[in-house]
Write a protein that binds this ligand. Structure first.
Ligand SMILES: Nc1nc2c(ncn2[C@@H]2O[C@H](COP(=O)(O)OP(=O)(O)OP(=O)(O)O)[C@@H](O)[C@H]2O)c(=O)[nH]1
Ligand SMILES: [Mg+2]
Length: 459
């Protein structure tokens, strides 16, 4: 285990989090939560947000020490971290928990990766449990997990030895093993619609190859990849091969990932004169909303920059139409905020004249992002502005900002209230996403919209 793999403790949760991007939620098995995934964490945190929650296998009350109990814990964690569009990666028991979660909260799950997953059939480790005091016997038992017996290092044997010699932990392991057998998923496999990658050791003796074939046969959208000379924990025994398979699969399944990389972002021009804006030859997106809502911060966040667009705690920082060119293939336009109280009436009139003119006439403008502070109740200027956009047939997306400043329950309440208010005047809700420039939440959803919209650019 590399030294930088330390966990955070928040609320009732303990977890490791590393990297940014699409979320890989890693669900571990009965033994060795972090060490088993060291190479996955190191390899994928460069381009993904890897999160490994530590399941309360030994701390939950005995009655909740079950597959269902662990799945509930993970679902609470997903809600607590406000995770969306997740790829679940589960090994052994973790795969089983992934299946239960994916069945219960399919809206949050983008895809699954199962390796040596229980859920159908397993040669339970807990059936005939090792005599506790006998380390050599324990080593042999553990070695069954691997094709190459030397992977069962002293460190690993010691870790397991400590666990099985703790009475309360041993009872819980046996409870988990029993629950895994009871909670069979065979009749549910037809219900899974999300892409699933099965990565299996050809020599897995705990969940043997037939189990992988059975998963593959019944899952609607699955791929099965074998690893040779490999047992039950492929990501430990053949980390390079495992990461390669997973990386290839993810980049095929998450097509917008490649294009969400911002390789260049530059300021082009500021002005109040439409005639002086850059040639409308590439797609353009503008950012608008009340002063201080976080427009400039959002542009910086999605471009991985700190100072591309100027931000300020003083409302009214952005006064002009600012063009930025991203990856030399699209423009972002930072517009001045409206509803800036300190600005004079005359200034406000000038503002509305040139921005309205810009929004109505700019030929290459594909979407306007209307930013709304997620902390506030629906505000009249925002409602009126969206009305105006609607009347002028200007397509827009609502971006709720600063969600890091709220708890998930208050956030849900606010968003629900907002949507309810919108439905009073709109027949259909406009597209909306949640963001935080501080935590980078929503970056991926944002780029997904851009990616999909760019396809329609045809002047
Ligand atoms: N906590 C938190 N603060 C944010 C977030 N986005 C913006 N802020 C803060 O809100 C303030 C205003 O942000 P700006 O990005 O300058 O807002 P703006 O909408 O561009 O403002 P004007 O240009 O004045 O219209 C700054 O102090 C930011 O640091 C966010 O997601 N979370
Ligand atoms: Mg600004």
């Amino acid at each position: 285990m590399s030294s930088e793999h330390y966990t955070l403790k928040e609320d009732k949760f303990e977890y490791l989090e590393k990297g940014e991007g699409h979320t890989l939620l890693v669900l571990h098995g009965l033994f060795g939560a972090l060490s088993n995934f060291a190479d996955v964490i190191d390899g994928f945190s460069k381009n993904y947000r890897v999160i490994v929650p530590i399941m309360p296998l030994y701390t939950n009350p005995l009655l909740k020490t079950s597959v269902g109990g662990m799945a509930n814990y993970i679902k609470d964690f997903v809600a607590y971290k406000k995770l969306e569009n997740i790829t679940l990666l589960g090994n052994s028991l973790g795969g089983h928990v992934a299946l239960v979660c994916a069945l219960d909260i399919p809206d949050k799950i983008h895809s699954m990766v199962l390796t040596g997953s229980s859920g159908l059939y397993e040669n339970a480790f807990g059936g005939s449990f090792p005599r506790r005091e006998d380390k050599e016997y324990l080593r042999q038992k553990i070695a069954v997990t691997f094709y190459d017996q030397t992977v069962a290092t002293d460190e690993l044997v010691d870790e397991v030895y400590k666990i099985v010699n703790d009475r309360s932990k041993l009872i819980r392991i046996l409870a988990m093993a029993k629950s895994a057998i009871r909670h069979n998923m065979a009749n549910d496999l037809d219900k899974f619609k999300m892409p699933t990658c099965l990565i299996w050791g050809k020599n897995d003796s705990i969940t043997p190859p037939e189990v992988a074939e059975e998963f593959h046969k019944h899952l609607d959208d699955s791929e099965l990849h074998w690893i040779d000379k490999c047992g039950h924990a492929a990501m430990m025994e053949h980390p390079k091969e495992f990461n390669q398979i997973l990386n290839d699969w993810l980049s095929r399944k998450i097509s917008y990932l490649a294009s969400m990389k911002v390789t260049s972002s530059e300021f082009v021009i500021s002005n109040t004169d439409l005639a002086k804006c850059p040639e409308p030859s590439i797609p353009e997106y503008s950012f608008i909303g009340r002063s201080n809502v976080g427009k400039s911060s959002l542009i910086n966040m999605v471009c991985d920059r700190k100072k591309l667009a100027k931000t300020s705690q003083t409302p009214g920082k952005t006064q002009l139409i600012n063009h930025f060119i991203i990856n030399k293939e699209l423009y972002f336009v930072d517009l001045p905020g409206y509803g800036f109280a300190k600005s004079s009436k005359q200034n406000r009139n000038i503002w509305s004249k040139f921005t309205h003119n810009y929004l109505k006439t700019r030929k290459n403008l594909l979407y306007t992002f209307v930013l709304i502070d997620s902390r506030l109740k629906p505000q009249k200027p925002d409602m009126e502005f969206m009305q105006w956009l609607g009347q002028n047939r200007i397509p827009f997306v609502i971006i709720f900002t600063k969600i890091d400043k709220l708890s998930s329950s208050v956030l849900n309440k606010n968003i629900t209230a907002y949507k309810k208010e919108l439905l009073k005047t709109w027949e259909e809700l406009p597209i909306s996403i949640l963001t935080s420039s501080t935590t980078k939440y929503g970056k991926e959803e944002f780029w997904k919209i851009i990616e999909e919209t760019n396809k329609s650019f045809d002047l």
